[in-house]
Design a protein around this ligand. Structure first.
Ligand code: GRF
Length: 326
């Protein structure tokens, strides 16, 4: 069995789902996916993401000067392109064309689509979000499903529910749904690439496996799983542990630092002689994230000896700390 699946993405428009898929590949989240080619049926703005990535892309125009190519003929032209890349999975991402029988059968259960509604409601349309709003639905959302011959009826892989607000416009609702599209589409592709999807009748059984892996790009994954933006900022501060060398303090001060840091979930490395208190000056190393170090400053402001001075120094250094995103 191949270690990676060959993916093709078909687009017609701005390509934000394509971008989410590319980001997931770049981050290593889709580590079993090779994006082989992006195909558009017009000069779609989303092609820019394929260009930036440096992957192959093709425009197979549906409309050529003076005429609209019949759907079947156009499908065949697209299939000719795909044949060159030994494709295992095709992701339709805002592809505004209904695939015909021959195409669907050629890639049976190897084509996915993302639709901006909770199917089977509001399927078969390019404006599922507006239709849900006009209908007065209270819950909308998005669906990733396999393609079968009928439109938007194929077996459902993942869905995300998005509450409709009273003051929603088609645009505000579409934007909130889109955030969830960017979460569930890469997830569905990942499940496929790991061979975890089994179609039984109309149902897609997801053979999930519990996993826990160490990651180095928490910022990306927080965005990917849909953590709120302000929360991401705060949580990223917790992800980064700093080590601060404190020089020329007394053993007693070092022991107080250790106690204070332990009380807020950090730690402080002190020399073993601290216990004996037989040195005049020692050095210590504070270990904590910026939130803990800020808490330490507050605590030290009310402490004895030279610790209030240390609070000032720490506060100054913390102010100069640039918390970055990675
Ligand atoms: C998305 O809303 C998707 O659900 C629908 O078309 C839109 C494509 O958006 N099928 P984008 O081109 O991926 O930004």
């Amino acid at each position: 069995m191949k270690s990676k699946i060959n993916l093709a993405v078909l687009i017609s428009g701005r390509g934000s789902n394509l971008k989410a898929i590319i980001n997931a590949i770049k981050s290593g989240y889709l580590d079993k996916v090779d994006l082989k080619v992006v195909v558009a049926n017009k000069d779609a703005p989303g092609l820019q993401y394929a260009k930036e990535l440096g992957c192959s892309y093709h425009v197979v125009p549906r409309i050529v000067p003076g005429k609209k190519i019949p759907k079947e003929e156009h499908d065949r032209k697209v299939m000719e392109v795909l044949e060159k890349y030994d494709i295992d999975l095709i992701a339709l991402a805002g592809y505004d064309q209904i695939l015909q029988k021959e195409f669907v059968n050629r890639y049976k259960w190897k084509i996915m689509n993302i639709h901006p509604s909770l199917l089977p409601s509001f399927g078969g349309t390019l404006h599922g979000q507006k239709d849900a709003l006009d209908y007065g639905a209270k819950i909308s959302g998005c669906t990733v499903h396999f393609i079968e011959e009928d439109v938007d009826t194929g077996p459902i892989i993942i869905q995300a529910a998005v509450p409709v607000k009273d003051d929603d416009t088609p645009e505000t609702l579409a934007n909130r749904i889109l955030e969830h599209e960017h979460i569930i589409y890469p997830k569905a592709i990942k499940l496929f690439s790991e061979n975890r999807l089994k179609i039984v009748g109309r149902k897609v059984i997801v053979k999930g496996e519990l996993n826990a892996s160490f990651i180095s790009d928490a910022a990306y994954h927080m965005k990917r799983i849909g953590v709120e933006e302000n929360a991401i900022k705060h949580l990223l501060e917790k992800c980064r542990v700093y080590t601060v060398l404190v020089e020329n303090i007394t053993p007693r001060e070092a022991m107080i630092l250790k106690q204070e840091m332990l009380s807020i979930g950090g730690d402080c490395a002190v020399p073993k002689e601290c216990i004996l208190n037989n040195l005049v000056f020692v050095d210590a190393i504070l270990i904590g994230n910026s939130i803990q170090l800020k808490l330490l400053v507050n605590k030290l402001e009310n402490q004895v000896f030279n610790l209030t001075k240390l609070a000032e120094k720490l506060e100054e250094n913390l102010a100069n700390l640039k918390i970055t995103d990675d």
